[in-house]
Ligand binder design. Structure first.
Ligand SMILES: Nc1ncnc2c1ncn2[C@@H]1O[C@H](COP(=O)(O)OP(=O)(O)OP(=O)(O)O)[C@@H](O)[C@H]1O
Ligand SMILES: [Mg+2]
Length: 246
């Protein structure tokens, strides 16, 4: 499998504390990957580094076919290069319909004036319907986004990210606050999305991770502790010790 993202020898220190410690691993194109690990393992910091929010003290973050360094790019440039990130708190426009939120997301430019004078073409309407199907919100397209349930808002947010056609989608704890049914639906959306792009999911819910049915990377103290199938890593004694706090 060809590599989409390569993190190599990355370290970050916050006030003398090494949150990421010589971290190295790779993500392939159209790969689903779960990242697990105890609180404070460095999972979110890893995403902050890839998206340019946090700059590492050492190491390399190499992206795409042209092997460009993401470390030299701004957050906006990294997003434009094809890295999408889902934040915990949805950034949907609550007063707008689901349809309009997805439509706005198709445009890279979120400037309110460009949106105001933007003419909708038939292909955009089709794209919105395809996205709505992907996230299971077709029946909710006319509704105000503010009326959606927590889970539905999260799916809309995923749809808005997919609208930007990222090559890599980073998702931090997508199942938090969801009902079991919502969790299952979230898994299906992500699994489907990973057929045409790489998806990296950080999640504590092991049932959720099991349903993703993918390679798992276990982080601990800012480094990779184990990697492989969920059964493989959860039978690793070092991983068991870390989770038991030994
Ligand atoms: N901006 C920051 N300033 C200082 N310390 C930070 C900062 N960001 C993260 N840390 C510290 O770095 C470590 C790793 O944090 P991080 O949020 O990446 O962990 P995590 O694996 O995402 O944990 P959780 O599962 O609780 O979300 C923690 O000890 C955290 O307190
Ligand atoms: Mg975190």
């Amino acid at each position: 499998m060809s590599t989409l993202l390569e993190v190599s020898g990355v370290s970050v220190t916050f006030d003398g504390f090494r949150a990421i410690n010589n971290l190295s691993f790779q993500i392939g194109k159209a790969e689903m990957r779960a990242i697990i690990g105890p609180n404070g393992a460095g999972k979110t910091t890893f995403m902050d580094i890839v998206t340019g929010k946090t700059r590492p003290d050492e190491g390399r973050v190499i992206w795409g076919d042209k092997s460009v360094s993401l470390l030299k790019m701004s957050e906006a440039q990294i997003a434009r290069a094809g890295v999408g990130r889902k934040f915990q708190r949805p950034t949907v426009f609550e007063d707008q319909s689901v349809f309009d939120n997805l439509l706005l997301a198709l445009k890279k430019d979120r400037n309110p004036f460009s949106v105001l004078f933007y003419k909708r073409g038939p292909s955009d309407t089709e794209k919105v319907h395809t996205l709505a199907e992907q996230i299971g919100l077709t029946d909710h397209l006319p509704r105000k986004s503010g009326e959606l349930s927590h889970g539905q808002k999260q799916w809309l947010e995923i749809g808005m990210l997919l609208a930007q056609e990222p090559q890599l989608l980073l998702v931090d704890e997508p199942a938090a606050g969801m009902t079991p049914e919502e969790r299952e639906h979230t898994t299906s959306i992500l699994v489907e999305a990973a057929k045409t792009r790489a998806v990296v999911v950080v999640e504590h819910d092991m049932e959720f991770v099991r349903r993703l049915n993918c390679k798992v990377t276990v982080l601990h103290e800012g480094s990779v502790l184990a990697e492989g199938s969920l059964d493989h890593v959860t039978s690793n004694q070092e991983v068991i010790d870390v989770y038991l706090g030994r």
